[in-house]
Ligand binder design. Structure first.
Ligand code: NAD
Length: 502
């Protein structure tokens, strides 16, 4: 019988309280504390089951290095059981009317919002990102993905007219650690709306909100096996993408692993979408509203500690305003509050892991050793946990590693350009193609640039804005396929010919 929560493992649960006034939405029921089970099992066939591997591993709070919980390490047999559970659930789920599937998705979205505070606190603890962001971005946006895709569930024939859209089958989804709940929502919601069933593998360093989401699925009465969650490291992910029972693989993560997955599915009749890394160019022209551009640049690189695939990590500034913009950025950087992620005034939280911190330090050292000027905010950092202050490098050229490689941290590289043509050339001079940003007062220039930038998403006079209705995805080594909107739904259906191209 399905349990209503992770009962098997709540023994000895720790209680964590989040102090301060919390002001997300007055209609929300207040949740006084977040309880974290000492141990988490796997969610397979609607139940919490012990891993056949007999192994668990710790997940820590990056801000304190305290162990939050132990999480199951799923092996090949666990993955096989999860895929079989999803395959068993597929016929009934895919035959359900779109209206009925929509009801489940709406219910999930509503429960997620009712439990918003709990999810925000849990995400902040497990990931290190500030509560301000989990509260205002991650959780509401995750709910929005369920609301949005619920709306498509009964309109697939309108979305793909004359093309008889059909679900694919069991979808294997592997996601990264930087937006754990949001990535789970933006892959699960379209898959379910289209009538597929899912096996999700969250990142090993931030699995708690995906596991908590399973409680929401139970609360919403989602039929057993429609979503299954297997936790573990890269070996678990590799076992999932290799499983012959999958009809589709959706991967979000690094370009390196994305390429491995492409090789693993080659020669099989499996659909694949890849959402990979990025090295976005953020262009500022001399006619831009500079104070607004400064805010955009700060949001572009310091949001979520810079652990953002589409982060505006390469700032390209028109030469005539370089010194002024850098001066303004230095002043603004100094005002960023770094520290306790649970404090609602904190702007930048902890670096997600020791490994990520080492990577950030290595690339910064390389920049310094190769003649770039490091400008760093002076701030008192906690003695425990993983921390890195807001950092900017000037005097950077495209040959520097900090301009070419994804730092995935709060580190901005500043380069210059003289003409729009040079700006485009420099912006496109990267193996990635996920996102870009443009700050200028001239509408015609925005259109001219947007046509020429090789990036899946181009923001104009703003940056890092997301919406479930807006397709998101990359070009070149940033991957293929889209998440969100009509284009996102396309990745989860099979079309049987028809009048319109898919
Ligand atoms: P990662 O590639 O190391 O890991 C991502 C996931 O893949 C994890 O769940 C991991 O356990 C799993 N994995 C590792 N090896 C595997 C293998 N051989 N087979 C199958 N699964 C495997 O990435 P990360 O460090 O967790 O995340 C950071 C990366 O993700 C960055 O490069 C970032 O740009 C990218 N990212 C991209 C998007 C996007 O939408 N384009 C969004 C978020 C993050």
């Amino acid at each position: 019988m399905a349990k209503t929560k992770n009962e098997a493992t709540t023994e000895g649960a720790r209680e964590l309280t989040f102090g301060g006034v919390w002001n997300y939405a007055p209609s929300l029921e207040a949740v006084d504390h977040v309880t974290i089970a000492k141990r988490h099992d796997l969610f397979v066939g609607g139940e919490w089951v012990k891993p056949k591997s007999g192994q668990w591993f710790p997940t820590i709070d990056p801000a304190t290095e305290a162990v939050l919980s132990e999480v199951a390490q799923a092996n090949d047999k666990d993955v096989d059981a999860a895929v079989k559970a999803a395959a068993k659930a597929f016929p009934a789920w895919s035959r359900l009317s779109g209206e009925d599937r929509a009801r489940f998705l709406f219910r999930i979205a509503r429960i997620l919002l009712e439990r918003a505070r709990e999810f925000a606190v849990l995400e902040t603890l497990d990931n290190g990102k500030p509560i301000k962001e989990t509260r205002d971005v991650d959780v509401p946006l995750a709910a929005q993905h369920f609301f949005h895709h619920a709306g498509w569930a009964d309109k697939l024939d309108l979305l793909f007219p004359g093309q008889s859209p059909r679900p694919l089958g069991v979808v294997g989804q592997v996601i990264p650690w930087n937006f754990p709940l949001l990535m789970a929502a933006w892959t699960i919601a379209p898959a379910l709306a289209a009538g597929n069933t899912v096996v999700l593998k969250p990142a090993e360093t931030s699995p708690l909100t995906a596991l908590r989401l399973c409680e929401v699925f139970q609360q919403a009465g989602l039929p057993p096996g429609v979503v299954n969650v297997v936790t573990g490291d890269g070996k678990t992910g590799a076992a999932l993408v290799r499983h012959p029972g999958l009809a589709k693989v959706a991967f979000t993560g690094s370009t390196e692993v994305g390429k491995e997955i492409q090789r693993a599915v080659a020669g099989r009749m499996v659909e694949l979408t890849l959402e990979l890394g990025g090295k976005a160019a953020h262009l500022v022209f001399e006619d831009a509203a500079l104070d607004q551009a400064v805010e955009g640049v700060v949001r572009g690189i310091f949001f979520n500690q810079g652990h953002v695939c589409c982060a505006g990590s390469r700032l390209l500034v028109q030469e005539s305003v370089h010194d002024l913009l850098v001066e303004k950025l230095v002043r603004r950087m100094q005002r960023i509050r770094v520290g306790n992620p649970l404090d609602k005034n904190t702007d930048m939280g902890a670096i997600h892991s020791a490994a990520q911190l080492a990577r950030i330090r290595e690339l910064c050292d390389d920049g310094e050793q190769n003649g770039c000027t490091k400008l760093q905010a002076v701030c008192e950092l906690p003695s425990k946990g993983h921390w890195f202050p807001p950092t900017m490098f000037t005097g950077v050229s495209m040959s520097h590693r900090i301009a070419r490689e994804e730092v995935f941290g709060p580190v901005l590289s500043v380069l210059t350009f003289r003409t729009p043509e040079e700006a485009v050339e420099k912006a496109n001079n990267t193996s990635y193609g996920l996102s870009a940003g443009i700050w200028t007062d001239k509408g015609a220039r925005i259109l001219w640039l947007a046509e020429r930038m090789k990036a899946g998403v181009v923001w104009n006079n703003t940056f890092n804005r997301f919406d479930a209705a807006s397709p998101f995805g990359g070009m070149k080594e940033s991957g293929f396929g889209r998440e969100g909107g009509r284009q996102g739904m396309r990745a989860y259906v099979r079309l049987a010919g028809g009048l319109l191209p898919g």
